[in-house]
Design a binder for this molecule. Structure first.
Ligand code: UDP
Length: 234
C-alpha cells in the first residue's frame, strides 16, 4: 500500500489517497477547535493520542460486530481506513448532561439522562451545526429512513459497549459524537472516537479527561489525553 497525494484537509485531520481506490489514510493533526472554531489552538501530540485511542476503540467495536471504516493503524499519526461517503449528520449520545444541552435546556451539568438522549446535528460549519430531527433528515434527504434506522441501532449498541469499555478504565462516558458513512451499500462507523469527541469523567472525582480542559482553559490538557491513552492501551 502506497501513500499518494493529499485529497482533503479538515480542522483536525488530513486525508491522503493511496494506490488502492477504496482505501485512504487519515492523518491526525494537533490543531484543536472548540465552539464551532471560535476558539483555536494546539494540543501538543494530540494527533498521536487521538489516532491511537481511536484505533483501539474501532478495533474493540469491530470485535463486537460494529462495522467501521477502520483497517489498521499505520504510524503514530496515521490510520488506514475505507473511503466512505460521510453522511452530513453528527450523531450525539448523552448519558449525562454537559455542554450544549445544559445551555439549551437549562439542565444541571452531570444530571443523569434516562434513557440516554440521542441528538442529530446537521454538519454545516456556516450554520454552526444546527440540531435537527429525523423529519429534517428525511426532508433534506440527508439519509434514507433505512439508513437512519441502522444508525440508531448501531449507536445504541455503541453506547452500551463504550460505556462498559470506559467504565473498566474508571472513566465515565458522559456524552460523545459519532459520524457514519456509506460504503458499498452499507453504513460504517467513521471519523474518530477520542477525547475530542467524547466527554470522559474520572469515576468518583468527576475530573475531566477530555476536550473540556481545552474549551474551558483548565490546564494539563496533554496530560489528560495521555492518561486516556495509557488506560485504553492497558
Ligand atoms: N462533539 C464533537 N464535535 C462537534 C460537536 C460535539 O465531537 O462538532 C462532541 C463533544 O465533544 C461532546 C458531545 O459531542 O462530547 C456533545 O457536545 P455538545 O453539543 O455538548 O458540544 P459543546 O456545545 O459543548 O461544544
Amino acid at each position: 500500500m502506497e501513500k499518494r497525494e493529499r485529497i482533503f484537509e479538515g480542522k483536525t485531520k488530513i486525508v491522503y489517497r493511496t494506490d488502492e481506490p477504496d482505501l485512504i489514510i487519515q492523518y491526525f493533526k494537533d490543531d484543536t477547535t472548540a465552539f464551532n472554531s471560535a476558539k483555536k489552538g494546539i494540543i501538543v501530540n494530540k494527533g498521536i493520542f487521538n489516532n491511537k485511542i481511536s484505533a483501539r476503540i474501532f478495533e474493540f467495536l469491530g470485535t463486537e460486530n460494529i462495522p467501521t471504516h477502520f483497517e489498521r493503524r499505520l504510524s503514530d499519526r496515521e490510520m488506514l481506513i475505507k473511503r466512505v461517503e460521510i453522511l452530513p449528520i453528527e450523531v450525539i449520545v448523552r448519558n449525562k448532561a454537559a455542554g450544549s444541552i445544559c445551555r439549551n435546556l437549562g439542565i444541571r451539568e452531570g444530571a443523569k439522562l434516562t434513557p440516554p438522549v440521542l441528538e442529530f446535528t446537521y454538519k454545516k460549519d456556516d450554520l454552526n451545526d444546527p440540531l435537527i430531527n429525523e423529519s429534517h433528515i428525511r426532508a433534506l434527504k440527508l439519509a434514507s429512513d433505512q439508513e437512519v434506522e441502522v444508525i440508531k441501532r448501531y449507536t445504541q449498541r455503541i453506547n452500551e459497549l463504550m460505556e462498559r469499555f470506559f467504565a473498566d478504565l474508571n472513566l465515565e462516558l458522559i456524552d460523545f459524537k459519532l459520524e457514519f458513512g456509506r460504503y458499498k451499500g452499507r453504513i460504517l462507523l467513521a471519523d474518530e472516537i477520542s477525547p475530542d469527541t467524547c466527554r470522559l469523567w474520572e469515576m468518583g472525582t468527576g475530573e475531566r479527561l477530555d476536550k473540556d480542559r481545552f474549551r474551558h482553559d483548565m490546564g494539563d490538557i496533554e496530560e489528560a489525553y495521555q492518561e486516556v491513552l495509557s488506560r485504553v492501551e492497558k
